[in-house]
Every structure is written in C-alpha cells, then in structure tokens.
Design a protein around this ligand. Sequence first.
Ligand SMILES: Nc1nc2c(c(=O)[nH]1)N=C([C@H](O)[C@H](O)COP(=O)(O)OP(=O)(O)OP(=O)(O)O)CN2
Ligand SMILES: [Zn+2]
Length: 128
Amino acid sequence: MGYRIGKRFSFDAAHHLDGLPPGHKCARVHGHTYTVEVVFAADRLDEPGFVTDFGDLEPFGTYLDEKFDHRDLNDVLDVPPTSELLAAHLAQWIIDSLEPLVQGRLESVRVAESPNSWAEFAPAGRDE
Ligand SMILES: Nc1nc2c(c(=O)[nH]1)N=C([C@H](O)[C@H](O)COP(=O)(O)OP(=O)(O)OP(=O)(O)O)CN2
Ligand SMILES: [Zn+2]
C-alpha cells in the first residue's frame, strides 16, 4: 500500500544504434520526441497531502533540457542510447541529484521514443 505520483517530461534528440543487423533503420541517424515519465512513491503524505510537490521535480526537466534537448544522444551518453539504458541513466541522475532534495522515493523512470513503445527502469531496493 502507498501513494504514487508521476510527472511527464519531453525533449527532442537524435541518435543511432550500433550493433544492429545490416539495413536496420535504427542504425541510421534519426530523431525522436522523447517522453520521460518519472514515478515517485511514499507511504505517508507531507502537508498538504503530497508525495512530493510536482513542482519540486522541475530540476529534472532542467537537466533534460540542458543535457539532451536538440542534441545527439550518441555524443552525450557514455552507453548506447537505447530507451532502456537512457531510463537507467536518468534514474541514476534522479537518485543522486534530485531524490535527496524532495520527499518520496523514485520508483521508476519510463522512456518512450514514440506513443507506441517504451522502456522502464525501476531501481532495486527502494523501500523506505
Ligand atoms: N527494446 C528496444 N528496441 C528498440 C529501441 C530501444 O531503445 N529499445 N530503439 C529502436 C530505435 O530507436 C527506433 O527508432 C525505434 O524503433 P521502432 O519503435 O521500432 O520504430 P518507429 O519509431 O518507427 O515506431 P513504429 O511504431 O514502428 O512506427 C528500435 N528498437
Ligand atoms: Zn530511434
């Protein structure tokens, strides 16, 4: 039992994926409007009844804008820019840089390259 909240962010970026079969469309440089949905959870609410204020998650939006928006993900990530690995990277940033400043705990980060597909990273051992 507990409370969960989510907030969705978006940015535009290019990428390509290496190591795919010959002719795979994703080996070519192309772009997506990425959406990133973060979920925070808490067993108890803070005043006035928040897991954490949605507005307090805004530093994550600033991080996405500054590091990823209108950039080539192959240039700014040190792992292959799949949705799965991007979700894991973003979760680590939140754990290191945002979670200490807000109420609640990160439960998951979901990255979507299109409305039809997504990948999620849920850090292990997140019990309060
Ligand atoms: N498990 C994953 N599979 C794929 C990823 C990924 O990050 N994780 N990424 C890609 C490519 O980035 C590709 O651009 C997206 O592939 P796909 O969704 O198949 O293609 P479309 O955007 O054209 O989506 P449609 O729904 O088919 O129109 C590939 N696979
Ligand atoms: Zn792609």
